[in-house]
Design a protein around this ligand. Structure first.
Ligand SMILES: Nc1ncnc2c1ncn2[C@@H]1O[C@H](COP(=O)(O)OP(=O)(O)OP(=O)(O)O)[C@@H](O)[C@H]1O
Ligand SMILES: [Mg+2]
Length: 217
């Protein structure tokens, strides 16, 4: 794993944020968390009152090897401070709400903020607002910690190229890796697993999650 500006810190908090609902926050948080757990002690933090991440892991079969989940609400900053002491990695799934209140507090504590964006121009425009709010909170070095990830990219679609051009025009940074629209992500949620536990049919998904972790962390 490449060492980032936080290499000297003992812990890394990754927040998954987008005010736009259904963009892939919980899917991404769960999978980045599972991938990071292979590298060091990892805690998932469910900061969304919908509790999707908690439900997901509660369905886990024995030996699903999912990281533990802590539920958090307004106490999230306290939860994150405590987690930093005990875990190398902490991944926070945020609610689909604007960067205010709890989400703002999470963003201020986080070392990395990842914004999943559905690969369509309309979703990019909606997500751009989240980006502008994030940028208002931090300039210079900290601004570089915010990055968008295209999600549910269709194979052989020209859409993702046009979304990338639009992102450039809006000054929204995107990771080079994008997540494809893959049925294994939905199956993973239905089975309380991660794609890491789904064998050969999930190879492409595992590879893109690993590439994302390399790029972001
Ligand atoms: N790459 C993908 N391929 C296929 N399905 C996906 C992918 N990413 C997410 N999904 C599906 O899209 C739906 C929304 O994803 P998810 O729940 O992760 O979004 P969210 O941003 O957490 O939503 P909310 O804003 O409600 O919390 C889910 O049914 C999920 O299984
Ligand atoms: Mg969610």
């Amino acid at each position: 794993m490449t060492s980032g500006p936080d290499a000297s810190d003992s812990s890394l908090v990754v927040a998954v944020v987008n005010a736009k609902g259904g963009s892939g926050k919980t899917t991404l948080a769960l999978h980045v968390g599972v991938g990071l757990a292979r590298r060091g002690p990892t805690l998932l933090v469910d900061a969304d009152p919908q509790r999707s991440l908690t439900f997901w892991t509660a369905m886990a079969p024995p030996r699903a090897a999912l990281p533990p989940v802590a539920e958090a609400s307004r106490d999230v900053v306290t939860v994150l401070r405590a987690a930093r002491a005990d875990y190398r990695y902490v991944v926070v799934d945020c609610p689909p709400t604007p960067i205010r209140g709890t989400v703002r507090a999470i963003v201020e504590v986080a070392d990395r903020v990842v914004v999943p964006i559905l690969a369509s121009p309309v979703d990019l425009w909606t997500s751009a607002e989240t980006f502008w709010s994030l940028r208002r909170l931090a300039t210079g070095d900290r601004a570089r910690r915010f990055v968008g990830v295209l999600n549910q990219v269709e194979p052989r679609s020209a859409l993702s190229a046009s979304v990338r051009r639009a992102a450039l025009a809006l000054d929204v940074p995107l990771t080079a890796v994008a997540l494809g629209r893959r049925v294994v992500y939905r199956q993973a949620a239905a089975e309380g697993r991660s794609v890491y536990a789904m064998g050969k049919r999930a190879m492409a998904a595992i590879e893109e999650i690993e590439a994302l972790i390399q790029e972001v962390v």
